[in-house]
Design a binder for this molecule. Structure first.
Ligand SMILES: C[S@@+](CC[C@H](N)C(=O)[O-])C[C@H]1O[C@@H](n2cnc3c(N)ncnc32)[C@H](O)[C@@H]1O
Length: 366
């Protein structure tokens, strides 16, 4: 690999979920997202029933185009796409347009490193839509102008397009020594992450504004935390546990400490108000719904093994790229032990799950 730029290693291009369908795969370990999506299903149905103005939606022949951005390998994406399609068909019926049903075209997007083979081989055989893969980052233009009617994205927008430079600059006050994420880091580190998130989210909105037809809807389900609450929740807590375990291994000489110092996950969970402000600033969309959905889980019933596997499914690939595959089993065994030993981590990860649910409508072109 030689002197492959640090930036390239840490860009979220290198962050696919664990592919295939093995015991640690995303396919087998994405139930948390699925449960949250099931919870939100009714809200998506409502968004389509109330906000999708099919009579005035710019038609593209008789095709209704849906994109799932950051779809991963399934099966969640298939359930979501099916739910959206069914709710749209219902809407056609309720508007007296039963004889005019469109054909559906679903675009599955993720990074090129995503396991699209697993995605395509597990496409539901009885699906009622045409399927296509669209590789590439959703922080660039992915589709022709005004070609989509519906954009969906779940649990993907916390991935930044890249890690802020100063995080790995030894001479910067935002140098994140000994940590791989920001929740318990200095204010400078947190600010660097927050600022990258703002830039990325703005670009995301601007590119989608070009791709959606006038009147088209965008539903975003993204990790987000209540204003004023601790940042040590969900993803932040997961990465902190992983960071502590990596540091323990560095102290024992099992991994290089310098490598841990320069390694950081480019993911960020915004506060509710951060997203609200960015949406207010954007003139291309009207905000039809914006909510922080909270679910309290029964921690006592949480299975540490399952939590560890879930953490592994979403982080293993990147750890492997940075530290090699030799350390993987030991690292996640340590994560398992740490979670058993310190239930406060488990609380941080799983006690309360909060997501932002956002429905946006593309406004008429200026
Ligand atoms: C946690 S998974 C969520 C998958 C699925 N949407 C779900 O709800 O289960 C996040 C996915 O977003 C993808 N992702 C992250 N950043 C991305 C980007 N800039 N462009 C496209 N996909 C991205 C990741 O590769 C990963 O597959």
């Amino acid at each position: 690999m030689g002197e492959m730029g640090e930036e390239e290693i840490i860009s979220s291009k290198a962050l696919p979920m664990k592919g295939g369908d093995g015991p640690y795969s995303y396919t087998k370990n994405s139930y948390c997202q699925r449960v949250a999506l099931d919870n939100i299903k009714e809200m998506i149905n409502e968004a389509i029933a109330e906000n999708l103005d099919i009579k005035h939606l710019s038609p593209i022949s008789n095709t209704f185009c849906i994109a799932d951005l950051g779809c991963s390998v399934g099966p969640n994406t298939f359930t979501s796409m099916n739910d959206i399609m069914e709710a749209t068909v219902l809407k056609y019926h309720s508007e007296g347009l039963s004889s005019n049903l469109p054909e559906f075209h679903v675009f599955f997007n993720d990074h090129t490193a995503n396991d699209f083979n697993t995605l395509f081989t597990s496409l539901p055989p009885d699906r009622q839509y045409f399927a296509a893969g669209v590789p590439g980052s959703f922080y660039i233009r992915l589709f022709p102008k005004a070609s989509l009617h519906f954009v969906h994205s779940s649990f993907a927008l916390h991935y930044l397009s890249k890690l802020p430079k100063e995080i790995t600059d030894k001479n910067s006050p935002a140098y994140n020594k000994g940590k791989i994420s920001y929740p318990t880091s200095s204010k400078e580190v947190v600010e660097a992450y927050a600022s990258q998130f703002s830039k990325d989210f703005e670009s995301f909105l601007n590119f989608r504004a070009e791709e959606l037809v006038c009147g088209g809807l965008m539903v975003l389900i993204m990790t987000g935390i209540p204003d004023g609450s601790s940042r040590f929740q969900a993803i932040g807590a997961t990465l902190d546990v992983l960071g502590y375990c990596l540091m323990d291994m560095a102290k024992m000489g099992l991994v290089s400490e310098a490598k841990v110092d320069s390694f950081n996950f480019p993911v960020y969970s915004p506060f509710r108000r951060e997203v609200e402000e960015l949406l207010e600033r954007n003139r291309c969309f009207s905000v039809e719904r914006f909510e922080l959905v909270t679910r309290t889980r029964d921690v006592a019933a949480t299975d540490v093994q399952a939590v560890t596997k879930h953490a592994r499914a979403v982080t293993e690939e990147m750890i492997k790229q940075r530290f090699g595959s030799e350390i993987i089993d030991e690292l996640y065994e340590r994560v398992f032990q740490k979670l058993q030993e310190f239930p406060q981590f488990l609380d941080g990860i799983f006690k309360r799950s909060t997501q932002l649910f956002v429905v946006l409508k593309r406004q008429a072109m200026d």
